[in-house]
Each structure stands twice: as C-alpha cells, then as structure tokens.
Design a protein around this ligand. Sequence first.
Ligand code: B12
Length: 146
Amino acid sequence: MSNTVVLGVIGSDAHVVGITILEQAFSTAGFDVVNLGVQTSREEFAEAAVTHEADAVLVSSLYGHAEQDCRGFHEVLAEADVDAVTYIGGNLAVGQDDFERTRETFRALGFDRVFDSETDPEEAIAALRRDLEITPTEADRLTVSS
Ligand code: B12
C-alpha cells in the first residue's frame, strides 16, 4: 500500500513552483500525493490529512511569514486527531541568515523536520522514507545514489 503525503503552501502565500516540483518528485518516488496548492489554511491541511489518512503533511512557505502562519498549526492537527509526520520547507524567515535558529523555531512549533530553500527533493524523500520506516527497493536505491 502506498503512503500518502498531503502537501500545500500555507497562509496567503502564492508561490506555486516549489510544491509542483515536490509533488512530481514524491509521486515519482511512489507516494500518493494530495496537493492542496497555494494559500492553504491550517484547517484545510487538517481536513485533507483526515480525509486522505495522511502519513505525512508537508508544508511549504516562501514569502517570509511562515512562523506567523504556522503558530497553532500542530494544535489544529491535534484537534482533528491527525497523527502524521510533519515537515516544513522553503524560505522560512526573512533573510534566512541563520538557518539553525530558524530550524529551532519551527521544531519548537512542532515540525518533525525543517528544510531550507536549497533542499533537493530527494533529501526530503529519503528523510520521509526513514521516518515512515519504508524500505526502498533496489531501483529506488539506484535512483537516489545516482
Ligand atoms: C517567482 C517568485 C514570485 C512569483 C510567484 C509566482 C507563483 N505563482 O509561483 C510572484 C511574482 C507572484 C511573487 C510574489 C511575491 N514574492 Co516572490 N519570489 C519568486 C522567486 C523569484 C522564485 C520562487 C520560485 O518559484 N522558485 C523556484 C522553486 C523551484 O524553488 P522554491 O520555491 O524555493 O522551492 C524549492 C525549495 O524551497 C524547497 N521547498 C519549498 N517548500 C518546501 C516544503 C518542504 C516540506 C520541503 C522538504 C522543501 C520545500 O523545495 C522546492 C523545490 O526544489 C523567489 C526568489 C527565489 N529565487 O527563490 C521570490 C521570493 C520567494 N519572493 C519573495 C517575496 C517577498 C514575495 C512577495 C511578498 C513580494 C511582494 N512584496 O509582493 C510576493 C508574495 C505574494 C504571495 N501572496 O505569495 C521573497 C521572500 C523573502 C523571504 N522569505 O525572506 C523571495 C525569496 C525574493 C527575495 N529574495 O526577496 N514571487
């Protein structure tokens, strides 16, 4: 059975290119991807995660307001009884000059992993396989190492 990933851009953010690339990469890697698109509210993420029984919720944010948009995000997921791995990535802070501090901020908000805008989608895919304890096939291993 495939693992399901719910993906979207949070808040009022309209940057669509990154999640389109992520959607393609996760689909190619064998995940079922539900792409909620841009300008997705916290409640829409939670609703989709419940409806699709998501194993992971992937949040993207590019426009510099991620911290504000993500305050209370995990509380909304918890209220909806969502038990999924949560990742966030993109341009998470204005300037993003100290990414370790940014990572700490979003970890404190409840995200399991925090990625910067230089992240190769394959890195996130490999991390999710580890977190969901998915054993890659030989073909996957060859793809990742190439
Ligand atoms: C194109 C663009 C726009 C277009 C968006 C068109 C569209 N519909 O997509 C337009 C012109 C509309 C726009 C508007 C704005 N933009 Co703009 N935009 C860009 C630009 C030039 C490219 C973004 C892009 O498509 N990159 C290509 C994709 C492939 O890369 P990516 O988005 O980074 O995604 C990758 C990674 O970040 C990562 N990733 C992303 N999300 C996630 C999530 C997870 C879980 C993981 C693992 C990885 C991951 O993987 C992705 C794929 O490789 C960037 C600058 C830049 N060079 O990045 C600015 C940029 C993102 N924009 C910026 C800003 C400020 C704005 C505006 C607020 C400007 C304004 N004052 O109006 C508005 C916001 C409007 C809104 N409501 O969202 C800033 C953000 C600053 C910050 N965060 O500190 C940037 C960085 C420009 C800058 N240097 O100032 N923008």
